[in-house]
Design a binder for this molecule. Structure first.
Ligand SMILES: Nc1ncnc2c1ncn2[C@@H]1O[C@H](COP(=O)(O)OP(=O)(O)OP(=O)(O)O)[C@@H](O)[C@H]1O
Ligand SMILES: C[C@@](O)(CCO)CC(=O)[O-]
Length: 878
């Protein structure tokens, strides 16, 4: 029914091919009004920015009563709304106000129960000030409306369909018919803002008056406020024109111009917005969020679903996080703009409805409303996904290789930026193949029962800090914004670190945050460099303010892989913080008798996460060691005992776990001679360059030892325990000799060898790790008596060495479970605001967070550390 204001369809050129009337999307673009031709033929309707018009008895005299730009707009909106008349006023609420002035005291209104908050507010006002009765009814059910219809008193029925934000649908056609039959004088009024005339024209379905907040889809750009009223009844039109003229709330000429301009693109905007909102709804639905979509009856009445959708998260606080975490989706009330918007109706657009009424009307407090714009749908999904991840609403499941919804109760656990992450990794002993492994030879190594621990604690002051208790209690802090971000090449969220270190970033860190650390602080400087390098590479998007602390029960720099276990802790903590790895939601236990996470937490970290941790630990090792083989970090991450062959030497590489190692007893003796792995490794490299044949032969011999040791360990049950121990002893001596030839022993290590080899001990010893000092490893036969051992320990201690009996092959990387049900409530964690006794000055230590593990972590004695960590709760291991 667009007859009166239809664009003239040209006469048929031939009777055989008559022209069709223009379709709606064409009508939307053509704003011409044949009866208001512009005197200059302007293509765009001019703005008649004039309050008055000269002359007597002309069409326009005063802009409150009429203005040419407004007439043009009203003609156009009537045309696309199947209306005979349209009126432009200053806002959607002004439109409703004008319509409600049709009522008189004693009249009754039947209105929906899920109305826009502003509509409710105005209805409440007229109820109390005008004496009109308002019945709120579930208009999705026409049967619920009928009992409230009074043949004479019902003066108006006010409908929204779909409703905002619950998208409830009213059968406009059926309700209009029922009303006309039962209360012929009542007018049916529809708020069509959610649809716009492009998608729904309620006048075609029996409504008497339709109004739109033209601030939304009609204009489309959120750059004006306007309301449109359309109708087909002259009697009503006359009253509306009278009210607008009397009240003076007609739309200004410039806003009429903007609205005319905006409406021309409504078809393309809404077509795209609808397509994208379908994509977004499908995405949210696939993640398992309760997503509200328009459907059913609506299909019969409208031409589309619109571009507003809602979803529930199950947790109001979580919803607030998601809404606050988007960047492309602007947090804003209102909808219908070319830009996408996100909001929480209960705290924003519908906050004016009291919570009890909201609850009674079924408006969930956690509901998130999405108003889809015309941006690229991939960008919108990407932004939404980031917000869901950051809020902890979804998490990566390596098993399913996709993001999955985190059960609402557990969402808080994955708020990685807000919680502490406590990790640990073991040191290692290399039995065969150190140094040679750098040059492609297979090494045999195992985890020892001494560990490094790393703790990341959130700060909230834009600072980043580290404390290395084991390195003269080193503490440093930096302003995060002042870190050399510009020097770093950015890595995508799932991108791997390239093989080569970013030298530009290393130089920038050394010249910037670390510039004041002289050579005497090289240990702390290197550790801080590795940490800052990974922090900048991994945190470029979020830049969280945190404190990182590392402590080790391992001797630092003594050949037991302290750097690899430190690297593993720092890398893993940063990966967890930045959600590059996640601890997947715990599945519900199958039964009380078979809870998950048994097996002492083993295999509780997904493979993909473990490999990612190992890759980044290797990056840190490169910073600390220059040219590491990767054996140390692989043991620190995977634990157990393994053979390791570095890639790139034209033979099979990788690692294999070996068994039979765990039953062996070793004595580790720290010579306490400081040395530098980086220099020692570089020294062997130089020797290889200068004497390739000599070194080549040594490397080949070490390879033979590793191969034979591996075979002996694998076959030990067949050849007997005694043979195994004898073979290993011989190979230990032989491997050590080769290390001496490579120039990496030290007189103190030779002394340890001499002492342990002497009668009555008769033991085999070799240096382990990089040598040059550090530790020696001695194989202890099964029949070595306690008394002999006591003598040996006394002898070594008397020579100022630190002997230590260890077991090997234990757990690799561990992460303290983030799930509260795994935490030990009786663990010694201080409550409330705490200030460590040794570090009273907040300025020098950063602010302390309540209930943080940090204080205990830093002040516990070294001997208490591992017991305390163990008692905190369940540790998840590789
Ligand atoms: N607990 C720790 N806290 C801070 N930094 C540490 C810690 N443990 C190791 N590091 C870093 O690692 C460096 C020690 O690495 P180095 O390679 O010299 O010893 P190692 O790893 O124990 O020996 P190897 O590599 O021969 O097994 C330290 O100088 C420091 O930079
Ligand atoms: C010396 C070395 O072989 C072991 C250091 O623990 C170096 C390495 O493999 O990276």
């Amino acid at each position: 029914m667009v007859a009166q204001h239809d664009l003239p369809t040209p006469d048929p050129e031939t009777p055989l091919r008559p022209r069709q009337p223009y379709r709606l999307s064409t009508l939307c673009v053509n704003v011409e009004n044949p009866s208001m031709k512009d005197q200059y033929g302007s293509s765009s309707v001019p703005i008649y920015q004039s309050a008055t018009f000269k002359g007597i008895g002309n069409e326009f005299d005063y802009s409150r009563s009429g203005n040419p730009t407004r007439s043009h707009l009203e003609h156009h909106i009537a045309k696309i709304s199947s209306a005979s008349r349209a009126f432009a006023v200053s806002s959607g609420m002004a439109a409703l106000d004008v319509i409600l002035r049709l009522l008189k005291p004693g009249d009754e209104i039947i209105a929906g129960d899920d109305l826009y908050g502003g509509t409710n507010r105005l209805l409440t006002f007229i109820r109390t000030h005008v004496g009109v009765t308002v019945h709120h009814v579930d208009t999705t059910n026409p049967d619920a409306v009928i009992p409230f219809i009074h043949p004479t008193k019902t003066a108006m029925v006010l409908l929204e369909s779909p409703t905002n934000p619950l998208l409830k649908i009213a059968d406009l056609a059926l309700i209009s018919k029922e009303i006309k039959e039962r209360a012929p004088a009542a007018v049916v009024v529809v708020d069509n803002t959610m649809m716009s005339p492009y998608l729904q024209r309620p006048l075609e379905h029996g409504a008497d008056i339709v109004y739109d907040s033209a601030t939304k889809y009609l204009s489309g750009h959120h750059d004006l406020m306007a309301g449109m009223i359309t109708c087909n009844r002259d009697d009503i039109a006359k009253q509306i024109a009278f009210t607008i003229n009397s009240v003076g709330n007609a739309l200004t000429p410039i806003d009429c111009f903007l609205l005319l301009r905006g409406v021309k693109t409504i078809a393309v905007r809404l077509d795209r917005q609808q397509t994208t909102s379908q994509v977004v709804a499908t995405y949210l639905h696939s993640l398992g969020f309760k997503t509200i979509l328009v459907r059913d009856i609506h299909q019969r009445i409208s031409d589309g679903n619109g571009a507003v959708l809602s979803f529930e998260t199950g947790d109001k606080e979580l919803s607030e996080k998601i809404v606050g975490g988007t960047r492309l989706w602007g947090i804003s009330v209102s909808f219908g703009c070319v830009n996408s918007l996100i909001s929480m109706p209960c705290v924003m657009s519908h906050a004016s409805i009291d919570p009890a009424t909201r609850a009674a009307r079924g408006l969930p407090e956690d509901l998130i409303r999405l108003c889809v714009g015309i941006e690229d749908s991939s960008d919108l999904l990407d932004d939404l996904e980031h917000a869901l991840i950051d809020a902890g609403a979804i998490a990566l499941s390596a098993q399913q290789n996709k993001y999955v919804r985190v059960p609402p109760g557990h969402a808080a656990l994955n708020k990685a930026l807000e919680q502490e992450w406590f990790v640990s990794a073991p040191g290692k002993v290399i039995l065969f193949g150190e140094h040679a492994v750098v040059h492609g030879v297979t090494a045999i190594a195992a985890a020892v029962d001494l560990r490094c621990y790393g703790l990341i604690t959130p700060r909230n002051d834009g600072m980043l800090s580290v404390r290395f208790n084991d390195i003269d209690n080193f503490y440093a802090e930096w302003d995060i914004m002042a870190l050399p971000w510009a020097a770093s090449t950015v890595l995508g969220q799932s991108e791997r670190h390239p093989d080569d270190l970013d030298q530009q970033l290393i130089e920038a860190i050394n010249a910037g945050p670390l510039r004041e650390l002289g050579p005497e602080k090289s240990q702390a400087r290197n550790a801080a460099l590795a940490f800052l390098y990974m922090y900048i590479k991994l945190a470029s998007a979020k830049r969280p303010s945190v404190h990182f602390g590392a402590r080790s029960t391992l001797p630092v720099g003594a050949g037991l892989g302290s750097s690899a276990s430190f690297s593993t802790c720092a890398a893993t903590a940063l990966l967890l913080l930045n959600q590059r790895i996640v601890i997947p939601p715990i599945p519900a236990p199958v039964s009380a008798d078979h809870p998950h996470l048994s097996h002492h937490g083993r295999h509780a970290i997904e493979r993909h996460s473990v490999e990612e941790a190992n890759r980044w630990a290797f990056v840190a090792e490169k910073i600390l060691h220059g040219n590491p083989s990767g054996v140390d970090n692989s043991v620190a991450v995977f634990g157990g005992a393994l053979t390791y062959t570095r890639p790139g030497f034209g033979k099979p590489s990788g690692m294999d776990s070996i068994h039979g190692f765990g039953s062996l007893r070793f004595l580790l003796t720290n010579s306490k001679i400081p040395r530098d792995t980086k220099k020692l490794v570089a020294g062997v490299g130089l020797m290889k360059q200068e004497q390739p044949e000599v070194v080549g032969a040594i490397l080949q011999d070490i390879e033979n030892i590793s191969t034979q040791a591996k075979r002996s360990l694998a076959d030990s049950s067949e050849f007997g325990r005694d043979n195994l121990l004898r073979d290993l002893s011989a190979m230990i001596n032989e491997n050590h000799k080769h290390l001496v030839s490579l120039g990496v022993s030290h007189p103190s290590l030779e002394l340890i060898r001499e002492k342990t080899a002497a009668s009555p001990f008769n033991l085999s010893t070799k240096l382990t790790g990089a040598g040059g000092g550090g530790c020696a490893v001695t194989l202890i036969p099964d029949d070595f008596s306690d008394a002999l051992m006591a003598d040996l320990l006394a002898e070594l201690s008397a020579n100022n060495f630190d002997p230590y009996l260890t077991s090997v092959g234990g757990s690799g990387l561990g992460i303290l479970s983030p799930y509260p049900e795994h935490r030990n409530p009786s663990a010694n964690v201080p409550q409330g605001q705490v200030t460590p006794p040794e570090t009273p000055d907040e300025a020098a230590n950063g602010p302390q967070l309540g209930n943080s593990l940090r204080t205990s972590f830093e002040v516990n004695s070294l001997s208490e550390l591992s017991g305390w960590a163990h008692d905190l709760g369940k540790w998840l291991y590789v």
